[in-house]
Design a protein around this ligand. Sequence first.
Ligand code: A3P
Length: 292
Amino acid sequence: GDDRVQYYRYKGIPLPSHLVPEDMDAIQDFAVRDDDVFIVTYPKSGTAWLQRIVSLLRFGGDVSKTDLKEQDKLVPYFEQKCGDSATFRELPEAPSPRLLKSHLNFSHAPVQLAQGKGKVIYVARNPKDLAVSYYHFHFMVTTLKNPTSWEQFLQDFINGEVSRGAWHDHVLGWWEQKDSPNVLFLRYEDLQKNTRKQVGKVAEFLQWPVTPEVIDKVVEQSKFQKMATNPATNKVEGKEAKAGIFDSSKGTFLRKGIVGDWKSHFSDEQSQWFDTFYQEKLGPTGLQFDFE
Ligand code: A3P
């Protein structure tokens, strides 16, 4: 994290400065194809895990096809500008099916997604583990501000004063779309509990034919330990490391990959006000999470 970094607000939501307003405006009019697959998340919800699962499914679990180059090239970051132009500007030339990752709020996403074009896999994670993961992430990412303390970070997180704004706005914006035929809403904790079942759901949603053997391979190759030791997925020397965005001396991208790590960070008091705050936001919506 670099203390000089500032966010700016685009339509009310704090965004990193590489997401310039001109690009954000253009994104709304992006021409979606019916076979586009968007993996959408609030940061630290299991994006890379889904990128791995979807790319393995795409190639029938064949790692010789998925691991030739880093995963972020197979499933590029839709809105990111890491160089001269944002990824989405290059996509009209890309062959189908385009597999994409994005952290866009529903209100910032291409309008055609809301009109039923393309497919969205949204992944949500319980906000306690997510906050812990995001906290650590801020130290290794040079374009995010170093938190001054855990307590301060937690306040900023709850207040939506972090990149991508309030977690509950992001999650609830997409939760409202969960019954659209082109949206699949998944939870990180369900993936942990029964990876096989969730992988099957993803394949079915994408209407990609798979055999039980393929599912086995996908489950095996998307395990945390496999991803953590695989240069194609661990991001140690990937594009973002090369661009100076990730500093691997300050942390690891595949950090712990568990449910319940929040217990090693939250005090009882923090846990209580956090629960109260999110109960108020989520209670009426029916969206629930497992915290262990
Ligand atoms: P932790 O920091 O809690 O370990 P994202 O890809 O959205 O940035 O999310 C990153 C989080 O997902 C990290 O959480 C990372 O370890 C976890 N993760 C990535 N791949 C995983 C996998 N195969 N199994 C479990 N967790 C995984």
